[in-house]
Design a binder for this molecule. Sequence first.
Ligand code: UD1
Ligand code: MG
Length: 459
Amino acid sequence: MPVNAVILAAGEGTRMKSKKPKVLHEILGRSLIEWSVFSAREAGAERIIVVVGHGADQVRERLANQSDVECIEQTERLGTGHAVRTVCDAIGGFSGPTVVLYGDTPLVRGETIRALIDETRAHHNACTLLSMRPGDPSGYGRIVRSESGELEAIIEDKDCTPEQHEQLTECNSGIYCFCGGRLTQNITKLTTNNAQGEYYITDMVGVYREMGEPVAALLADDYTELLGVNSRSQLSMAGRIMQSRINARLMDEGVTMMAPELVWVGPDVTVGQDTELLPMTMLMGTTSIGTDCVIGPNTRLTDCEIHNNVHLEEVVGIQAVAEDGADAGPRAYLRAGTHLGPKAHVGTHVELKNSYVGAGSKVPHLSYIGDTTMGEGVNIGAGSITCNYDGKNKHKTTIGNRVFVGSDTMMVAPVSLGDDSVIGASSCITSDVPAGALALERSRQTIIKGYSREKKEQE
Ligand code: UD1
Ligand code: MG
């Protein structure tokens, strides 16, 4: 039977003190709700239903490109049990293993959920849940076990007596696997007879116990996987755990980091063998880095494609490509559409946008190159700029192979410089330069001999 997953994400998340819904806060560029969806998918769920409520439209929009996810709205938020019942009514009941998890538990691994599903199937349980022993149990529902160790009930933190608060240290993680058929038949038995006057999904344990249906709690080895995010400090804590998990995997795969706590790599980023990531490096989105690169320090790349043996120091790159042996920085800004050919060199205080820099070409100092195609073996002198914008439209600059552009040259687009042409320093180039020509645009230098001495004599 295919596995269903229901992710509860209708709550407001008051403790985040935020204008946006809690589940849209991000860890390494991926929202909390997306982390939960990925965990459910990794666990093998084929049908993933997200219960939305607070900020429903924003949450739906964020999930719009996940084709296996359906959103169902819980208009009145009467508790976690009510949220599951809302889905049950909307889809006409569940069949097959049905995993319920919360949208604020981003660290859970797919394999941990899979173990829960296997346990439920193996023992024909009506419900198996994951329990944990966190350092501080406050806020969590507490697990009550019989003398023989069987799961008896979950008592919510707010419903505990002072004694129970002290004695019950095993907690409910909020991740469950139900038998879908039995859940559909019995979910109507939940009541609101508790401190918060809500329908608690946790009360299904008591419902099943009364009916003699088997229920169990599986104690997780690693409670940090089950950390709930209810506040900004828990968000940063979860972020640190995810960061160290990703970095540990990369180091296992042969990536060097001298200070992994100062390197942030998103979940969809790939990094090749023998690449070194230096401190204060952030690799986000769909960035891919090849082998033998040195990236950082102080480098942020989003959706970039970096091939092998590339060195980037103090670079900000967005949707940029760098081919084998290229290098940039310190302090270069590679904006969208920048493409560095093999062994291209981009130096300090250089900004590139929507431009191709051919193999072995150099833009070493203080330049802006936009909407430009540059051939191979070009040298752009310091302080040279393509004037690509006339106030209304953007225009193209084409630079051939082996062109030498002297320092402080303005290339007023649209303009093209032919192969092997030479531009004298400080020229403002407004018309095309033929191949092999020298273009010079500046007034002649005047020399007045003895000027300083004559001036002094007049004083
Ligand atoms: C819940 C559990 C508690 C567990 C803890 C683990 C219940 C009653 N309690 O408590 O046993 O230890 O999580 O983190 O389930 N939600 C809805 N609709 C609602 C109410 C809540 O979708 O009507 C969603 C929230 O958006 C949230 C999740 O359900 O993602 C859990 O709700 P929350 O209020 O955070 O429950 P906790 O008090 O943390
Ligand atoms: Mg919670």
